[in-house]
Design a binder for this molecule. Structure first.
Ligand SMILES: Cc1ncc(COP(=O)(O)O)c(C=O)c1O
Length: 460
């Protein structure tokens, strides 16, 4: 059988080149670099918490979206979600004090390396999702078992000092509560509240990658600018704020932060995001050594984005271009899945949020019923169909693969390829699965290649 000539990539989790707003960015850059009094503070070292126009614009935008009081003091500009996690870990954890990083799994796999680089190799622990986003009982059982086991472990010799402006947390919990990468699930309000309470009890910091919150749409009908409540559930940081200071946190650092990013709204190359958290936490984050020395990350990009938020162009772009386009691609993928993959036997979730009719983010998570290893399916997809897909082992928690495995699952991205390629790619996957079902013995006899993450850098 001849290999299809065109490679289709349903693994790559990047925005489509059709959705990169080069013209908007170019015009905004021209505007802010014309006048000396405007460009000087942009091109010099900037304040540690980020360019003021972006902080103000974000406070307004986020306040409106989540229905919270805008508060600039709760916002810090970052170099995007990934760099932001690294800075948070530098300032608020010490591997000699912080016991463990709890990763809701399957997880955004490139986050593992950030935690490992911060001294947590071998201490990342997988904790399962459930239908509502996180299995709270399982997580509590695991944390309390670890606390018992490490009761007598000394934390006296720390590697660093938190100083006056920061604190070290005893645990970190990493979550993507809305339209998760990779499962597509959105955590219910009930689970969000339970998770914040749990974090307060065990002095954990919940780092929420809220990078898909603005990218949600209804399953039926067009997306509306005024979103229904199920598409703007409170972030965990909003719930934490509403609960007031916890008993074990009288200084008010809080237990949940929102890690936002412009990567999926504008383009990853803009390398800018934000953290929203308690003001005390924001002050501490601004005191990360590299930030004190260099100023807030991504200063010029931040000023460009601040300009676009100020004029309303960025918000309009997300509403008029990004959301409808992702909705269109998601619909195309689901239609193709139902036509070509469902007949071969597969389990999947229609809605991000259980009990609602919404979807969001970039990804669909599928479990073929044939039970074949998804690494084998992914390898055969490249060999026989010129199709690249994500396989479940990629999304296991580094060092804790044995406790939660995803060797039978597949992740498909609907953001990178356009509608025609998405439809064709899913059709190729359906054809492959059918062939594999019919010739199971042959496929099982093929030599299986192990999981290899040397190429993942380019796929997110
Ligand atoms: C959950 C999650 N967090 C973080 C990132 C990377 O974010 P950034 O580009 O802002 O570093 C991604 C990218 O796919 C992601 O899916």
């Amino acid at each position: 059988m001849p290999l299809p000539a065109k490679r289709i990539n349903l693994l790559r989790g990047w925005p489509s080149p059709d959705l990169l707003p080069a013209n908007l960015l170019s015009a905004a850059t021209q505007r802010i670099l014309t006048t000396r009094s405007v460009y000087t503070p942009i091109l010099e070292y900037g304040p540690s918490h980020g360019h003021p126009t972006l902080r103000t614009g974000l406070a307004q935008w986020l306040g409106h979206h989540y229905r919270v009081e805008p508060d600039v003091n709760r916002i810090c500009v970052t170099g995007g979600a990934s760099q932001s996690i690294a800075n948070i870990l530098l300032s608020f954890t010490d591997p000699a004090y912080t016991r463990s990083v709890w990763m809701i799994a399957p997880c955004y796999y490139l986050a593992c390396g950030i935690f490992e680089d911060a001294g947590f190799s071998g201490r990342l622990r997988a904790t399962p999702e459930d239908e509502e986003g996180v299995d709270i009982e399982a997580l509590e059982a695991k944390i309390s078992a670890l606390e018992k086991q490490e009761e007598n472990v000394s934390s006296e010799k720390l590697f660093k000092s938190p100083g006056a402006y920061r604190k070290f947390y005893r645990h970190v919990i990493y979550a993507v509560p809305t339209s998760s990468n990779p499962s597509g699930k959105t955590m219910s309000l009930r689970r969000r509240e339970q998770l914040v309470k749990l974090a307060r009890k065990y002095d954990a910091l919940i780092i929420c990658d809220d990078v898909y919150d603005f990218l949600q749409w209804p399953l039926q009908g067009e997306p509306t600018v005024e979103r229904p409540p199920e598409m703007r559930l409170p972030r965990l940081c909003d719930i934490d704020l509403a609960m007031g200071p916890a008993e074990n946190d009288l200084e008010g650092f809080g237990h949940a932060i929102s890690n936002g990013s412009f990567s999926k709204l504008v383009g990853p190359g803009i390398r800018t995001g934000w953290v929203e958290a308690w003001p005390k936490f924001i002050i501490g984050l601004g005191r990360t050594g590299a930030t004190l020395s260099g100023g807030a990350p991504s200063q010029l990009s931040a000023a460009i984005l601040g300009e676009l938020l100020g004029t309303g162009e960025l918000q309009a772009y997300v509403e008029d271009a990004v959301r409808p386009e992702l909705q269109k691609r998601h619909r195309a993928m689901m239609a193709a899945v139902h036509e070509h993959v469902t007949p071969a036997g597969v389990e999947l979730r229609e809605s991000s949020l259980a009990g609602a009719a919404t979807y969001g983010g970039y990804f669909v998570w599928l479990t073929p019923k044939n039970g074949l290893p998804s690494k084998l399916i992914a390898d055969r997809a490249v060999e026989e169909e010129n199709l690249v897909i994500g396989y479940g082992n990629m999304f296991e928690v580094h060092g804790d693969e044995a406790s939660l495995g995803f060797g039978k699952d597949i992740r498909l991205c609907f953001a990178w390829e356009d509608v025609e390629e998405i439809t064709e790619g899913v059709k190729r996957l359906g054809n492959l699965l059918r062939r594999m079902n019919e010739n199971r013995a042959y496929y099982e006899s093929l030599p299986q290649k192990g999981h290899d993450d040397s190429f993942v850098d380019s796929y997110k």
